[in-house]
Design a protein around this ligand. Structure first.
Ligand code: IPD
Ligand code: CA
Ligand code: CA
Length: 276
């Protein structure tokens, strides 16, 4: 532990602040590359879980750039990336990367896509950056040091009752999952203010942090979708968890200020939102 205020050595000889600074530099460079190289009509390179689960050449190029920069600065760190999978490392630091969260938006030229980079030390995310490039907004957080949007401290909305809550959500790529998600949504809609679907889990979590929505829930997200955004939301005062007090899990992620979180949980739990 370093005794300077706000500097915590996480046992790997590196502080969360140092990891955040590096993650920020890398997310900026990847964002600039994506903005410079994005053609007017990006082409689908391949598909994954379904014909609508797309990958472009730039998803892969961005992850390669991010991996190269991590390896240059911190050789030996582990990396989990959506496109490149899990690369084991030597110490306790692991980078969790979604090179483009919101690829369908990227494809269509909609503005909610982001480079998302979370950094784990000994299994816990201690730094996170979500660079929402088309909007020119970089969200960041390090553990215990708050959540920030380009130098402005973020706080989630508090004291919002469920029936006034603006709730973000998302949908999976598989038809069967979507059918269930639509059924759940039909039960949720009459009980809240309204729904928003941005197309990026990372941006949704930053929107909770910034008070642009009051809550977020989604079934079927992966760790790289919410690793960075989850820290940003919690550092802004929100709670992020799964059903019945379980930690965040691909089955279901819920995020909101305490109070609204529990109301949303109690609305969702009987609807079995975590099954297909
Ligand atoms: C997707 C986005 C979307 C969410 C999906 C994710 P991708 O990530 O975060 O908002 O609804 O569950 O898979 O495929 O654009 O990286
Ligand atoms: Ca994603
Ligand atoms: Ca992605």
């Amino acid at each position: 532990m370093d005794d300077r205020e706000g500097v915590h050595d996480h046992g790997e000889g590196v502080t969360a602040g140092e990891l955040l600074a590096l993650a920020t530099d890398i997310a900026r460079e990847a964002g600039e590359m994506l903005l410079a190289k994005r053609p007017a009509r990006p082409e689908v390179l391949t598909t994954k879980s379904s014909p609508t689960d797309v990958v472009t050449a730039l998803d892969k190029a961005a992850e390669e750039l991010i991996r190269a920069r991590i390896a240059q600065a911190r050789p030996g760190d582990a990396v989990l990336g959506e496109e490149g999978g899990d690369t084991p490392g030597e110490g306790g630091v692991r980078w969790v990367v979604d090179p483009i969260d919101g690829t369908v938006n990227f494809l269509y030229g909609l503005p909610d896509w982001a480079v998302s980079i979370g950094v784990e030390v000994d299994g816990e995310i201690v730094a996170g950056v979500v660079n929402n490039i088309p909007r020119g907004q970089l969200f960041s957080a390090s553990k215990g040091e708050g959540a920030w949007l380009d130098g402005e401290r973020l706080w989630c909305n508090t004291g919002v009752p469920l029936d006034r809550a603006l709730v973000a959500t998302g949908f999976g790529y598989g038809a069967d999952r979507r059918r269930v998600q639509a059924e759940v949504l039909a039960q949720v809609m009459p009980r809240i203010r309204d729904i928003r679907r941005s197309g990026s889990c990372a941006v949704d979590l930053c929107s909770v942090a910034a008070g642009r929505v009051d809550a977020y829930f989604e079934r079927g997200t992966n760790y790289w979708d919410h690793a960075a955004g989850g820290l940003i939301a919690t550092e802004a005062g929100a709670r992020i968890d799964g059903l019945y007090g379980r930690p965040v899990h691909p089955d279901l992620v819920m995020c909101a200020a305490p109070g609204l979180f529990e109301e949303l949980h109690d609305l969702l739990a009987p609807l079995d939102p975590d099954h297909d």
